[in-house]
Design a protein around this ligand. Structure first.
Ligand SMILES: NC(=O)c1ccc[n+]([C@@H]2O[C@H](COP(=O)([O-])OP(=O)(O)OC[C@H]3O[C@@H](n4cnc5c(N)ncnc54)[C@H](OP(=O)(O)O)[C@@H]3O)[C@@H](O)[C@H]2O)c1
Length: 396
């Protein structure tokens, strides 16, 4: 990455940076087509912010939904986007601190950090620099590379939050629907670290990956109805795919005192189109009704939308302690064409783990690194060197 003092000096001397942005509100499904490489002012940290030079940023479908104003983007998405007021894309950050605001006490220039996704859906990470409130910044576990950390942060927070709500106990039988995805692949590993017996639902093509992550069994959803296994098979079913059919199948396999934990709800790929208000109300109504009614009749229905800041420290500690890693579907350079192609891959909902932008990678056409499960790094001993993060945790 280079000498932190030099990086900081270059940052202070720069007033323009490169970013990937939209300069007009895209049609639904058209975000990749309207992305542009823009020159933007270098952001300067306010009193409580740190300025970070990006090294890696992972890509998520929800970033695309935000940009096109679907799903939560309907409420928190960009407004009044124009060439004069571009919307810089990207939420995930792993990088190096190049400046700190006057009242920042927890970080210094040169610290390697990650950013905890915030509930407002702030963006601006597909850029050379980004400024973030110090409360949403934490030290990167030293045994994770920036690419690994960027790949694991959001998925780790979501998977950890779901497992916390599910109250998983040693020896419980857990089913993970969507085990090869970014969140699913971390969830399989977290559950194994908690001593659960894990079955992953994935396509046959991804069974090898899911087994390599530690799953005890896999079910190929393309050929087998997991609901046909019969009642009382599972204590917990984690739904990372969504849709009524997953819920129905899950309820055919759950124990009476089991739990169905969904991070998606009754509408699969909810951001693919702009739902009507009636569809939205029906979806929310379903979640509220099932959450209440299932308390009486069981198995419990739980919709999880926990805030990443409530889970980030515990999730990253567990990732480091148990040598958990996100599979990386592709590592791409900070390049407009590569990012446009990656968005299209992302929207196919077929990715294994995360696609990560590596800001230090060479921009050679065709150099995109596709990693297989066998290339996943599973080594590291972060917990020997985590004093500062432990101190941060105590402060929470
Ligand atoms: N509630 C929250 O707080 C929260 C936060 C972030 C994200 N989310 C949501 O969580 C969901 C998962 O996110 P993600 O990034 O992990 O997804 P993802 O990486 O895009 O998931 C893709 C994976 O899902 C698998 N898959 C697709 N259909 C499947 C099916 N019917 N059964 C089993 N596996 C299937 C695909 O495998 P194959 O190619 O083999 O089909 C692929 O490996 C998204 O809908 C996202 O919007 C929720």
């Amino acid at each position: 990455m280079g000498n932190p003092r030099t990086l900081s000096a270059v940052y202070r001397a720069s007033d323009k940076m490169t970013a990937i942005a939209i300069t007009d509100t895209p049609v639904v499904g058209g975000v990749a087509d309207v992305l542009q490489l823009v020159t933007a002012p270098v952001p300067r940290p306010s009193r409580h912010q740190v300025a970070i030079q990006l090294v890696a940023s992972s890509m998520h479908v929800d970033e695309v939904y935000a940009a096109q104003g679907t799903a939560l983007g309907r409420f928190f998405g960009p407004k009044d986007v124009s060439a004069a007021s571009p919307y810089l894309m990207g939420s995930s950050v792993s990088g190096v601190v190049v400046a700190v605001g006057r009242e920042v006490t927890r970080f210094k220039v040169g610290d390697e950090v990650i950013v905890i996704p915030n509930e407002r859906g702030d963006s601006g990470s597909w850029a050379t620099y980004r400024c973030v409130e110090q409360n949403y910044v934490m030290l990167k576990p030293p045994t994770l590379s920036h690419v690994e950390a960027a790949a694991a942060t959001l998925s780790g927070c979501v998977a950890w939050g779901a497992i916390k709500i599910a109250q998983v106990e040693v020896g419980e039988h857990c089913l993970v629907v969507g085990a090869s995805g970014a969140i699913g692949s971390l969830m399989v590993q977290f559950l194994k670290s908690k001593g659960a017996h894990v079955t992953g639902v994935c396509s046959g093509a991804n069974a090898g990956l899911v087994n390599a992550l530690g799953a005890d069994d896999t079910i190929d959803y393309k050929h087998t109805d997991f609901g046909a296994q019969g009642r009382s098979t599972y204590d917990k079913v984690f739904d990372l795919v969504g849709g009524r059919e997953v819920e129905t199948a899950a309820y055919r396999t759950l124990k009476r005192k089991g739990r169905f934990i969904t991070i998606v709800g009754p509408v699969r790929h909810i951001g693919e189109r702009k739902l009507s208000w009636i569809e939205l109300l029906l979806g929310v109504g379903h979640i509220v009704w099932r959450s209440i009614a299932s308390r009486v009749w069981g198995p419990r229905y739980q919709f999880v939308a926990s805030l990443p800041r409530h889970n980030a420290y515990a999730a990253m500690l567990s990732i480091a302690k148990h040598k958990i890693r996100s599979p990386i579907e592709a590592e791409i350079p900070f390049d407009l064409l590569e990012i446009q192609a990656a968005i299209k891959t992302l929207m196919s909902h077929r990715t294994r783990g995360r696609i990560v932008i590596n800001f230090e990678a060479d921009k050679q056409p065709g150099q995109t690194a596709i990693r297989s499960s066998s290339e996943m790094h599973l080594s590291g001993s972060f917990c020997q060197n985590n004093t500062q993060i432990n101190q941060d945790m105590e402060r929470l």
